[in-house]
Every structure is written in C-alpha cells, then in structure tokens.
Design a protein around this ligand. Structure first.
Ligand SMILES: Cc1cc2nc3c(=O)[nH]c(=O)nc-3n(C[C@H](O)[C@H](O)[C@H](O)COP(=O)(O)OP(=O)(O)OC[C@H]3O[C@@H](n4cnc5c(N)ncnc54)[C@H](O)[C@@H]3O)c2cc1C
Length: 423
C-alpha cells in the first residue's frame, strides 16, 4: 500500500498533522493502535502555563524567550519563538475547520475550572467549560454544582468545597435524581460519562433533566454539571441553557472524557472527509531502512506487505500510549529504536514524592530543529517525531501538552508539504 505520508498514532498530534497534509492534497494514512490521550483529557488544550523555574505564565508567546533559556531542548525552543507564534494562529484555524469552536486566545491564558473545583491556566477550552480571565475569579456569586445519583466519576462535594474556598462564592451541592438512568445505574461498570451522555442527549429526555435541575438548582446564578452531555454536539447543552435561562457548564469527569472524545471525533471526521485513511486497531511494529531512509512499515495486520510512504511521522504518544517503553535496560522507543532523552539510572526516573516533578515525564525521542527523529545521533531523512513521544519538556507541570502536539504537527506538515518532489 502506497501513501504520500504514513502517520503512526491517531492522537491530537497525528490527526492534526494528517489533516493539514490532506488539506494540501497529500494521500495520508494514520495507523493507530488504541485510544489516545484525548479520551482521558479535560478537553482543554494547554499552550504554556508554567516555566521550568516554576514561574506562572499568563502570556505564553511572550514567555518563549525565557523558555528557550531555561529549556533549550523544549520543542518550542527548537522550533523558535516567531514560528511558534505563527503556528498557534494556524492551530486555532485548523480546529475551527474541524468544527471546534473553542474559547481562549493565543495572547493570554485563561483559567478553567477543574473537576476538583480548582482553577488551572490553559490556552483553549470547549465552550461548555466554565472559565475566568487569568488572575480573576468566576463572574457568579452563587453556583450550583450538581452530581448525578450513583455516578462515582465526578464528586460534586469536592468541586463545591474548593470552589467555595477559592472563589469566595456560595456553592450549593446536590445530586440529580434521574430515573431515566436507572437501567445504567444498575450496572456500575456501565454507569460512565459516555453512556450517561448517550441517554441524556436524547431529545425525549431533555424535559426530565430540565425539571430536575430546576428543582435542585434553586437560586443559583450558574449551574455546573459533570460532562455527561453532548457526546456528538453542543446542542443538548445549548437547549438546557435556553430552557433554564441561566448559564449551564460542564466539568470534566474521570475518563472516558466526553469533552476529549468530542475533540477526537471532530478531528477524525475531518481527516476522513478529506479522504485520509484512518486505520484503527493496528500497530506499526517495525520498518525497513535504506541507509538513513525508511522504505517500508510493517504493522500487526500487515506483517508481509509493507505500507510504503515518502514520509513517515511518528506520533505514538508517551509511556501512556506505548510510544515509549520503560525496560530493564533503559527507556526505549519501540518501533525504530530512536535516540531518547532519559536518565541512565532507574532510581533517577521518578521522584518518591508523588507531588514533585517526575523526571520520566521529560523523557522522549530526540529530534533536530526540523523535528526529524534522531537515531545514533543522525537524523533519519524521512522520519519526523511529534507530540508526546518527543522529549525535552514536561507536559503536565509546564502545561504545554496539547500545544506541543498541535504546533509540532503543523510545523512538520508544512515542511513535508514544502519539500519539492517529496510526495
Ligand atoms: C491522561 C492524560 C491526560 C491529559 N490531559 C491533557 C489535557 O487535558 N490538556 C492538555 O493540553 N494535555 C493533556 N495531556 C497531555 C497530552 O499528552 C497531549 O495533550 C496530547 O493529547 C498528546 O497527543 P499525542 O497525539 O502526542 O499522543 P497520544 O494522545 O498519546 O496518542 C498516541 C497514539 O498513538 C498510538 N500508538 C502508539 N504506538 C503505536 C504504534 N506502534 N502503531 C500505531 N499506533 C500507535 C496510541 O494508541 C495512541 O492512540 C494529557 C496526557 C495524559 C496522558
């Protein structure tokens, strides 16, 4: 099978790269083993929220020179500040073309409310998430945080107590009694956000939801619900807002995350609309090389007939997605055995203090400034590495996971598309 580009991994990085290439007429295939980190994410996308020295970032693009000094291996430092600024604009436009209307700006982070009721700086958030300007508080004085009876993946009392303490607002915390969910509730392993959304999204169930919220939410100016609504679109949430006549927002739940899945679906649909091939449930196992060039890729489902492409993009995620493996002898990138940033001594991989920065989160594939992957110190001429599989940054503490994935994807797509005769 012959493609212009094969992308390994169908998470945020791989899908965005393939979409941008398909938009420019390239024949792309995305091979993806399993669910990506999006299924576990908040739905908000981080660009840069904290520098390695611990200082908080309100204006991510203005913080890039300091980042380059403190973390020269960070993908943003490799790409360069002016290019990162341009790519951030392109990323927002790409999301819009996928039908994703996000709140937030490239100039300034905003604060999103987390499932714990605390506020965290981020770049872009779905319209459904409650937000405040950076350094500010939420605009309401009385909020109702509503759980769902028997639903354990969201704890309204935790969210309510943090909100009350941090925001100095009155918070009413109650659980909704919804008999329409009884069948699901009887099977605890099925009583998850996605399955609840499948029931609550049905138009015939909207009236009972509205009635129960009206009964429980009292005098609250704003209502926060667990994100168990709007699996396919924002329509059910908009209908709720209209019927209740007040702001209604969703807080992320434990995975699977409805808000993250919405992002994944929108990206995947856009790719397929453009004619891209998505190969779910398959895993790239190994490659043929001719010198410093990949000539074929073998997958679990295609062990004999290789996938052939002029360019290959590795977007296989971090340890969480098996893009990196921690083995007895060290940290390994399993498909190509690429060079990785890591520490030789196992005891240096993690900190015993759970709340301290974890060194292994910075581990990942080494690249050159064009994000071409390095093997034994030399760039493989037709292999790029993007997103969580790359190293040199700390996605959680620095709050830059989605930004590194999206911006790296667009940076690489532009280089591939610009290579005369490469595809
Ligand atoms: C649990 C969790 C929650 C997060 N939440 C947020 C958040 O809310 N906001 C934020 O900004 N960032 C968040 N992040 C950071 C996150 O890493 C990035 O935002 C981004 O989603 C990573 O995307 P990716 O495409 O690089 O990797 P992934 O999303 O990990 O996708 C990699 C994909 O590659 C596939 N794969 C792996 N190996 C192979 C192979 N050999 N062949 C084929 N397919 C393969 C995997 O199955 C997976 O689908 C979170 C990370 C984790 C782990």
């Amino acid at each position: 099978m012959q493609f212009d580009v094969v992308v390994i991994g169908g998470g945020l990085a791989g899908l965005s790269c393939a979409i941008r290439l398909a938009e420019q007429g390239k024949r792309c295939a995305v091979v993806s083993s399993g669910q990506s980190a999006l299924y576990f994410s908040s739905g908000s996308l981080d660009l840069l929220a904290q520098l390695p020295d611990g200082s908080m970032v309100s204006e991510p693009l203005l913080a890039l020179p300091a980042l380059a000094q403190q973390a020269p291996q960070h993908p943003y430092s490799l790409i360069g500040a002016p290019r990162v600024a341009a790519l951030a604009v392109e990323a927002v436009q790409l999301l819009e073309r996928c039908g994703l209307k996000m709140q937030g700006s490239n100039q300034q982070n905003h604060l999103r409310v987390t499932p714990l009721g605390t506020c965290r700086a981020t770049w872009l958030s779905p319209q459904a998430i409650p937000t405040a300007p950076f350094g500010d508080v939420l605009p309401w004085r009385r909020i109702a945080v509503l759980g769902i009876e028997g639903f354990l993946d969201f704890q309204p009392q935790m969210a309510a107590s943090s909100l009350a303490a941090e925001q100095s607002v009155q918070v009413d915390e109650v659980s909704l009694h919804l008999p329409v969910l009884d069948r699901l509730r009887n099977n605890p392993s099925e009583f998850r956000a996605v399955n609840i959304a499948r029931v609550l999204d049905r138009p015939e169930n909207l009236a009972v939801l509205i009635e129960e919220i009206q009964r429980q939410a009292g005098q609250a100016e704003a209502i926060f619900l667990p994100a168990c609504l709007g699996l396919e679109s924002d329509e059910p949430l908009m209908a709720l807002r209209q019927a209740l006549g007040k702001p209604v927002f969703l807080l992320p739940t434990l995975p699977p995350s409805v808000l993250g899945m919405r992002l994944h679906q929108a990206l995947r649909q856009r790719l397929q609309l453009l004619g891209g091939v998505f190969m779910p449930g398959d895993t790239v196992l190994r490659a043929d090389f001719d010198g410093q060039r990949i000539t074929g890729l073998y997958t679990r489902n295609h062990t004999d007939i290789p996938l052939r492409a002029q360019q290959v993009v590795l977007a296989s995620g971090s340890f969480f997605s098996n893009g990196l493996k921690a083995e007895f002898g060290g940290i390994r990138e399993p498909v190509f055995d690429l060079d990785v940033y890591s520490k030789p001594q196992r005891e240096d991989w993690s900190s015993i203090d759970l709340f301290a920065p974890q060194p292994y989160l910075q581990f990942g594939v080494q690249t050159d400034a064009n994000l071409r992957a390095l093997k034994q110190g030399v760039a493989i001429s037709n292999l790029y590495a993007i997103g969580a599989v790359t190293g040199g940054y700390e996605p959680l503490l620095q709050g830059c996971g989605a930004g590194v994935s999206l911006l790296g994807a667009l940076h690489v797509a532009q280089q591939i598309a610009g290579q005369e005769g490469s595809v």
